[in-house]
Design a binder for this molecule. Structure first.
Ligand code: PEP
Ligand code: MN
Length: 368
């Protein structure tokens, strides 16, 4: 369902953005010298919007939890000296009062706060009437509604300068990422709120510096509005998130190597070609729907048969055979294994659904 929130275009509240827009700076403001030197190098590399954690939401107590108000004083001085904008994370009303007192330009709500509607509402009420821009990270858990809810709560109090940060999700199981990106959730967010600026945080998604470039490029290919990348003058010795921070020099290389794609089809000559390919895709999709309808009528037939013979809908041996053979056929066609596995899990679930309905004498109602 498309929802148009009242949102000011991002270029009206982020000044002198680099192309692509990159927000950078350390995970945490550790010392004045560390913050100052990082920002100075970033500024000379064309970055004009800095990030720094002032209060750190650490999973376990007893680790470095941020320098608080002291760090805000450093930021205020650095902002004046370098003529840059700054964004920091806030999690409660005290943080907001202090951040605004020291002239922080943009606030961000962290992943551990977005999960809690009470906290988000408290923050929204505290920002009301200030016209301060707010970026909202996705919640730790993969829940699109919570993310949308947080954006709506902040927007509802009259904050029109809002954007989302996609920093990945905590899931169980092995992944090459620190926080699984689950790109579909961010794509769904953008489809639901088309005028919402969405920024990718490859640092927290990857959890290591080696994958930052490829993840940033992927985000730009998907049409993201910008990136937030952690940087530090001495990443290995950072007091938090050491593995994922890059030096300002590496950040410059990433920035220079990234390719920004067009989100709109501007050039008429290729627009024609695009339309032709899209028409072909439409035709193929019609064929896919016809074939799914054909498969379902066969599934219905087998459902009737199983009902007569008192057989269970799930026949594990048959399903294992289907799964193996389809993946083999797909690999022969050079298709992606994970994609076909996911697709067949959905098809199989749909087919069980249809058969169960037949067995329970209800009208089949197949939805994917
Ligand atoms: C951060 O940006 O340093 C941070 C704590 O982020 P997140 O809320 O995404 O964990
Ligand atoms: Mn961090």
């Amino acid at each position: 369902m498309t929802k148009n929130l009242n949102i000011d275009p991002i270029n009206t509240w982020i000044k002198n953005s680099s192309d692509p827009l990159i927000i950078s700076g350390p995970c945490s403001a550790e010392t004045y010298d560390q913050l100052h030197e990082t920002c100075k190098q970033l500024k000379s590399n064309g970055i004009n919007l800095m990030r720094a954690g002032v209060w750190k939401p650490r999973t376990r107590p007893g680790t470095f939890e941020g320098n608080g108000e002291e760090a805000l004083k450093w930021i205020s001085d650095i902002k004046k000296e370098l003529n840059v904008q700054f964004t920091v994370e806030v999690a409660n009303t005290t943080h907001i009062d202090l951040a605004l007192k020291y002239g922080i330009d943009i606030l961000w709500i962290g992943a551990r706060t977005t999960v809690n509607p009470f906290s988000v509402q408290e923050i929204a009420d505290a920002i009301k009437g200030t016209d301060t821009p707010v970026l909202i990270k996705n919640p730790i858990n993969p829940d699109l509604s919570l993310w949308m809810g947080a954006l709506e709560r902040v927007n509802k109090v009259g904050i029109n300068k809002i954007g989302a940060i996609h920093r990945g999700f905590s899931i169980t199981g092995n992944s090459k990422y620190r926080y699984a990106p689950m790109w579909k959730i961010a794509i769904d967010l953008k489809s639901n709120i088309p005028n919402l600026p969405v920024i990718c945080d490859p640092s927290h998604i990857c959890g290591n510096r080696d994958m930052i470039f490829e993840t940033s490029q992927k985000a730009l290919d998907l049409g993201y509005d910008g990136l937030i990348i952690e940087s530090h003058i001495d990443p290995d010795n950072a007091w938090s998130d050491a593995k994922q921070q890059v030096t300002p020099a590496s950040l410059l290389k990433i920035k220079n190597d990234l390719k920004v794609k067009n989100t709109k089809e501007k050039d008429r000559s290729y627009k024609h070609l695009l339309e032709e390919i899209r028409e072909n895709i439409d035709d193929v999709d019609k064929e896919i729907i016809d074939i799914i309808a054909k498969r379902i009528s066969l599934v219905e037939k087998i459902g009737e048969f199983k009902k007569e013979q008192d057989l269970t809908t799930l026949q594990v041996d048959r399903w294992n055979k289907i799964f193996k053979s389809r993946i083999k056929w797909a690999l022969d066609k050079n298709l992606d294994k994970d994609f076909i596995e996911d697709l067949y899990k959905v098809i199989h679930l749909g087919s069980i659904n249809v058969q169960n309905k037949i067995i329970n004498k209800k009208k089949a109602n197949f939805k994917i």
